[in-house]
Design a protein around this ligand. Structure first.
Ligand code: COA
Length: 159
């Protein structure tokens, strides 16, 4: 297994993994390809035997440039429970373009126990705290959508 920044050619795998997760909101294929160009240094893919098996898409918040916002995390169902998601986030936080982050934010729906467990585990292994607050209630979305709760992790210890 290896971790690396994504390339535009990875966009199709990100789109497939997001589609197959049946949990994530599926963005257009173009959005994933563009992300792999313009936000590659705040994102990561995991390769197993040369094939992308998981990804994290992230960006630094323009209003809060020391906070890495994780937009989507997904691991192909064949590879779950192998610490790939945790490993991707750990790898990303240690890369020079991301090491400046003092905090990580993400949003999670209340019923996504795997995701909440994964971010809680990340906070624990980084010796820092994780807090939850309300962010986007369902009535903000035009379709049927769970609330998106904000999880904030940090402050990270300098490495
Ligand atoms: C959430 C997801 C990315 C986790 O990926 P993963 O590679 O299986 O997770 P990891 O193996 O790195 O696990 C990290 C921690 O989360 C815990 N965890 C992972 N899946 C879990 C589950 N289904 N139930 C309970 N805990 C779980 C692990 O036990 C581990 O905790 P530990 O360090 O205390 O042992 C994966 O389940 C997935 O792709 N889900 C569909 C997409 C999704 O929901 N993305 C998140 C949206 S915000």
């Amino acid at each position: 297994m290896r971790f690396r920044f994504p390339e535009p050619k990875d966009g199709v795998r990100l789109w497939e993994i997001a589609r197959d997760s049946q949990v994530l909101d599926l963005n257009s294929s173009y959005a994933y390809v563009l992300w792999c160009r313009d936000f590659r240094e705040s994102s990561v893919v995991a390769e197993v035997d040369g094939r992308v098996a998981g990804f994290v898409t992230g960006f630094f918040r323009p209003q809060d440039p020391l906070t890495l916002f994780v937009w989507q995390v997904a691991v192909d169902s064949d590879y779950r429970g192998m610490k790939i998601a945790h490993g991707m986030l750990d790898w990303l936080l240690d890369q020079p373009p991301v090491r400046r982050a003092t905090h990580l934010e993400t949003t999670v729906s209340p019923d996504n126990k795997a995701s909440i467990a994964m971010f809680t585990s990340l906070a624990r292994t980084r010796n820092t705290s994780i807090t939850r607050s309300d962010l986007f209630p369902p009535d903000l979305f035009p379709d049927s959508h769970e609330p998106e709760d904000l999880y904030r992790i940090g402050e990270f210890e300098p490495r």
